[in-house]
Design a protein around this ligand. Structure first.
Ligand code: 5GP
Ligand code: MG
Ligand code: MG
Length: 179
């Protein structure tokens, strides 16, 4: 495993992200929505650094279906609090193709959210991003498969306090042992 972003760098990046979000909302109350499960570590760190009044909710989006290639995207909003007429900040771990965030944004707007802004820890640089850029991004990274700080492979590695690249041989070894 190769460390891409250290714990110290993550802490500074999340503080900067919170600062940008605070500057944007100028103390206006927001509803912060975590995209489960990958954003939970970022979410816990981020909401404690934001200074406006906040309501906090969760929504689930799963597409990885146990692999490193995306499968069909499924949204589960059963646990979400009411977002009607609220300014929503959607928080996700990573923006890859952007399909997940685009679909979640549409879903929240269809629930009559007053506005939906998006914040992500990581944005991958790749050619086939069709969707709208996230409004707030902590780190731009190369197109490699990463784990840690909430991001998983087969639901493993979410607990790592840093972001690391999982090499192909480690992907195979993890699948053999935990798949
Ligand atoms: P998108 O819909 O933007 O293509 O993909 C977003 C979702 O795919 C993320 O929320 C995340 O769950 C998953 N994903 C994309 N790239 C990576 C990666 O490098 N590592 C991990 N662990 N998940 C990823
Ligand atoms: Mg995700
Ligand atoms: Mg995942």
């Amino acid at each position: 495993m190769r460390t891409l972003i250290t714990e110290t760098q993550l802490s500074a990046g999340v503080s900067q992200l919170a600062h940008e979000i605070d500057t944007h909302y100028q103390g206006r109350p927001i509803t912060v929505v975590a995209v489960l499960t990958g954003s939970v570590v970022l979410f816990a760190d981020l909401i404690r650094r934001l200074s406006m009044p906040q309501r906090v909710g969760v929504i689930q989006a799963s597409s990885y279906r146990g692999g490193t290639q995306a499968g069909e995207l499924v949204i589960d909003a059963k646990m979400l609090i009411d977002v009607k007429n609220r300014d929503v900040l959607l928080v996700d771990d990573i923006f890859d193709t952007g399909a997940t965030i685009a679909k979640l944004r549409k879903e929240l707007l269809s629930m009559d959210a007053a506005s939906v802004a998006t914040a992500v820890l990581l944005r991958k640089s790749r050619a086939d991003q069709h969707s709208r850029r996230p409004d707030f991004i902590a780190f731009e990274i190369p197109d490699e498969f990463v784990v840690g700080y909430g991001l998983d492979y087969l639901d493993m590695y979410r607990n790592l306090p840093y972001i690391a690249v999982l090499e192909p041989d480690e992907i195979a070894a993890t699948a053999a042992e935990f798949g």
